[in-house]
Design a protein around this ligand. Sequence first.
Ligand code: RRO
Length: 305
Amino acid sequence: MKSKLSIDLAELRLANPAMLAAGILGMTSFSLKRVAEAGAGAVVTKSVGLKPRMGYPNPTVTQAEGGVLNAMGLPNPGIDYFAEEIRKTKSTVNCPVITSIYGFSAEEYAKIGKKAEEAGTDALELNVSCPHVEKVGCEIGQDPKILKTIVKTVKKNVSIPVFVKLTPNVTNIIEFAKTAEEGGADAVTAINTVRAMAINVETKRPILGNKLGGLSGPAIKPIALRCVYEIYPEVKVPIIGCGGIRSWRDAVEFILAGATAVQVGTAISFEGPEVFQSIKKGIEAYLKKEKHGSVREIVGLAHRG
Ligand code: RRO
C-alpha cells in the first residue's frame, strides 16, 4: 500500500523520499545499516571503482563558511571486495541499496555495474561528477559525448535502474541532464559538490592535500535548488535533489522545485543519522498542515504559473 511519504523512483519504491547521499557513512554494511535503521528511504554507497584506491594525502576535509570542503580522492576498496559489503547490506536492510560507481572508461563503468548488480544492489548511481579527480570525475560529466556513451554502455550491460549524478561545475546543467536521459538514465541526481578551495594565511598554502576540493553543505543549497528547478521542466525522468539538505524544510523546497527524492550527506556529519527522523516527521507534518495527500502530489509545485 502507498503511504503519504512513499515515492516511486524509477522501479524502486522508497518508504520516504530522504535518501543517504554517496560518500557519507557508505563504505561498510554496518554504517549503511545504521543509516537505514535511522529512517533513510534508501542508501547510496561511497563511490566504488574497479581497483582499490588510496585517495589523496591529508588533509582531505576542512570546514568552510557554511559547509565542508573535501578532497578525499575516491578512496575505496575496489568492487571485488565491496561486493561482499553490498551482499551483507542487502541481507540486513529493508530499504533500496544503491551503489555509486566510477570508472576510467565506459567499459570499466559497465564492468563495475555488472558486479554490483550480481551482488544484489537495487540500482546504480554513476558518479560522473567528482570535482577534483582527473580523467574520471567532472571530466566525464562535463563532456556530453563521453557522458552519453558511458550511460548507454552501462544500460546495455545491466537490468537494474541507472541514476546519473550530475556536476554543477558546468555552464548549463540542463544540457547534461538531457544527455543523461538520452543515454537511457532512469533518474538524475543533482548535484555533486561545487569545485572550491581554502588557503591557510599562516602557511600561505592551500589547506587541502589536493589543493582543490568540493564544497558541500548549506552553502551550496541555493545552487543545488536552482539546478533541480532548471532541470525539472526539461526532462521526464525523476530528479533526486542533493546539496545542503539538512531539514524537512530544505527537503520540501527541493520537492517543490521538482525533486522526487532528496539525498542527505553533510548534515549527517553534524547531526548524525537521526536527521532522517526529523526530516521524515517534518515532511509528514507539512503535508498534513498544507492538506496535501502525498509527497507525489507536491513534486514540482513551485513551477505553477
Ligand atoms: O572522493 C571524493 O573526493 C569525492 C567524490 Br568521489 C565525489 O563525488 N565528490 C566529492 O566531493 N568528493
